[in-house]
Design a binder for this molecule. Structure first.
Ligand code: B12
Ligand code: SF4
Length: 528
């Protein structure tokens, strides 16, 4: 079969496509796990942001797909639906599958006549079985993880258990299937690699629990090294480890750092995300190993510096440790300190605008970021489908915006009990721009040519909305903010095609157990 896999073009404020264009790891992993005789093309539309419709048109003409698969996050839902409608108009016989976080967690939104298949949760095995079944004409009812359209009805199959990736049964991603180029992080070609899947924590804002339960699975280290080597052979000079939480198993992370050096793969820049407590506790051994292996940026899930907010976000446990008989204490500063001492940059992940946030509590977090983090990655709580946080915001009547294309993390779509959403967003936006400018010095040292070529455009992007009048004080920052929001609004129109009409199909359980989950939840295990 001829298969075309697409990721969506939509990006958000902290990922300006000028500086960061990351591949979608899901699509190459799906491609690598299909039977080899299929012709698969992978296109990350973030690489064609300014010509999405033309690019999709060209891809459909060139590849004439029997099956098109789209990977969709919630804030990309509207673009994805437009693209699907466009593909339907061009290639009415092609079948369409959707997967990723939004179709997995809000499948009912996708049960409409333009869509044929919804793949929920991990996709490799489900998609492979789907393609086999289409090829052989065998029944779809036996494929766990799949919802499929049967005339005007969507049949819901049972969920698929989580894949035990440690047994080596998942093949490496197929990067050769990519048909667009231009991946970059600050001018260096970037690729993504997975070393593990899952997380055992349960932060209230995170989609992962609903997506796959609370569990942690490790890919064999030899496979991870082969994956990195493959990315490097294809030109990557920076690797983003997309693990949900690599710091769950610190000894393994240390072993990975050593293995990267032994295999001679430490000439790449590595970016990783993790919790503060493991760095605070093990940083003196872990951080030097990371530095030696080539790690450069660590995205720290600080989430918030105030205990009440951390409690709301259910992010206290991962950010604290017991210290000799005393109460638990927050580990954020210790983690930042040890990473800095070993020459690593901290990308500070913070969430402001929680239900009880006041101007003072938000300002405290922004001041913290200004002092301690190298690059701010400050977001607003966003009620993604199925997260515990969404229920709480809804129950308290604090969700003020149901336009999902604005659920990008930096648009405040919820208010707090004390502040309007727009005010929360303004406070963050105003403070964050200046923090970003400060980091340019370090980028100049590492990637001078990129800054020379693009520095002025990066600056202009960071200060979008400002004019010379703002610069000389003839107008306030709020005027610039209003213009910035108008620019963001226009930017969201990635796909020049009308929204399809809202229609839905009836849905039915293909078997009585269809809605049963088979995820491993550590709380359940403890209870047993
Ligand atoms: C790595 C990552 C990123 C990276 C890279 C993104 C990229 N280009 O892929 C960066 C840092 C750039 C990023 C940014 C953002 N991300 Co992000 N990210 C992740 C993370 C940690 C891992 C994703 C990953 O690569 N996993 C590995 C692959 C193999 O797994 P996968 O994507 O789940 O795909 C599997 C299945 O979903 C399925 N599948 C996926 N697509 C498809 C398509 C088809 C056709 C089929 C059949 C199956 C299928 O099969 C795959 C293989 O099993 C997740 C998850 C998490 N726990 O936090 C969040 C996550 C996906 N991100 C999220 C969000 C919101 C964002 C941002 C909007 C804001 C933010 N929180 O930072 C930005 C926007 C990015 C942009 N385009 O501008 C949310 C999405 C929530 C939602 N409901 O949509 C997540 C779930 C985190 C969360 N908050 O809970 N992200
Ligand atoms: S620690 Fe990270 S991956 Fe785990 S639940 Fe919390 S936010 Fe999600």
């Amino acid at each position: 079969m001829r298969i075309l896999l697409l990721s969506m073009p939509d990006s958000f404020e902290h990922m300006p496509s000028l500086a960061i264009r990351m591949p979608n790891g899901a699509l190459t992993s799906l491609a690598g796990n299909l039977d080899p005789h299929h012709e698969v093309a992978v296109a990350d539309l973030v690489l064609a942001q300014s010509a999405v419709r033309e690019t999709v048109e060209r891809l459909i003409h060139t590849h004439v797909p029997d099956l098109v698969g789209l990977s969709v996050m919630t804030f990309q839902r509207r673009t994805a639906k437009r693209i699907i409608s466009f593909i339907r108009s061009m290639a009415p016989d092609a079948q369409i599958a959707v997967g990723g976080y939004d179709p997995s967690l809000a499948p009912d939104v996708w049960t409409y006549p333009d869509v044929d298949f919804i793949v929920r949760g991990e996709g490799e095995l489900t998609f492979r079985e789907l393609v086999r079944s289409l090829e052989r004409g065998t029944p779809l009812a036996a494929i766990p993880g799949l919802w499929y359209r049967d005339g005007t009805v969507f049949q819901r199959n049972a969920m698929r258990p989580i894949a035990p990736v440690e047994d080596g049964s998942l093949s490496l991603p197929k990067r050769s299937a990519r048909v667009l180029s231009g991946y970059t992080v600050l001018g260096r070609q970037v690729d993504v690699v997975e070393t593990s899947r899952g997380c055992t924590f349960d932060c209230s804002f995170c989609s992962i629990i609903e997506m796959r339960g609370r569990n942690f699975h490790r890919f064999p280290i030899s496979r991870v090294l082969d994956d990195i080597a493959d990315a490097r052979t294809r030109g990557a000079r920076a690797i983003f480890f997309v693990d949900d939480n690599i710091t769950i198993d610190v000894p393994r992370f240390e072993a990975l750092c050593k293995a990267i050096v032994e295999r001679g793969l430490h000439d790449l820049d590595y970016i990783v995300q993790g919790m503060t407590a493991p760095f605070a506790t093990h940083g003196d051994t872990l951080a030097p190993l990371m530095k030696k292996a080539g790690f450069r940026y660590v995205f720290l899930g600080i989430e918030n510096i105030l205990e009440d907010d951390l409690a709301f976000l259910k992010a206290r446990a991962k950010n604290s440790r017991q210290s000799q008989g005393q109460a638990r204490r927050n580990t954020t500063l210790e983690a930042i300190d040890v990473l800095h001492r070993h020459g690593l940059f901290v990308v500070g992940g913070l969430i402001v605008g929680n239900p009880d946030d006041t101007r003072e509590s938000i300002t405290a977090n922004l001041t913290f970021a200004r002092h301690y983090v190298d690059w701010p990655y400050i977001q607003h709580p966003t009620p993604y489908p199925g997260t515990p946080m969404t229920r709480e915001f809804r129950d308290r009547g604090l969700i003020i915006n149901e336009r999902f294309d604005e659920y990008d993390g930096t648009t405040a779509v919820t208010r707090s009990a004390h502040l309007e959403a727009e005010e929360i967003e303004f406070l963050r936006w105003e403070a964050e721009r200046w923090m970003k400018v400060r980091h340019i010095r370090s980028v100049v040292r590492h990637d001078p040519a990129f800054v020379l070529r693009n520095g002025h455009r990066m600056f202009a992007h960071t200060f979008r909305g400002s004019t010379w009048r703002t610069a000389v004080g003839l107008e306030g920052a709020r005027d610039a903010f209003r213009r910035y929001r108008a620019i963001r609004s226009r930017e969201r129109e990635y796909m020049d095609w009308p929204d399809p009409p809202v229609t839905t199909c009836e849905t039915r359980d293909a078997a009585p157990s269809a809605m049963t989950k088979h995820f491993v939840d550590i709380d359940e295990l403890i209870r047993q």
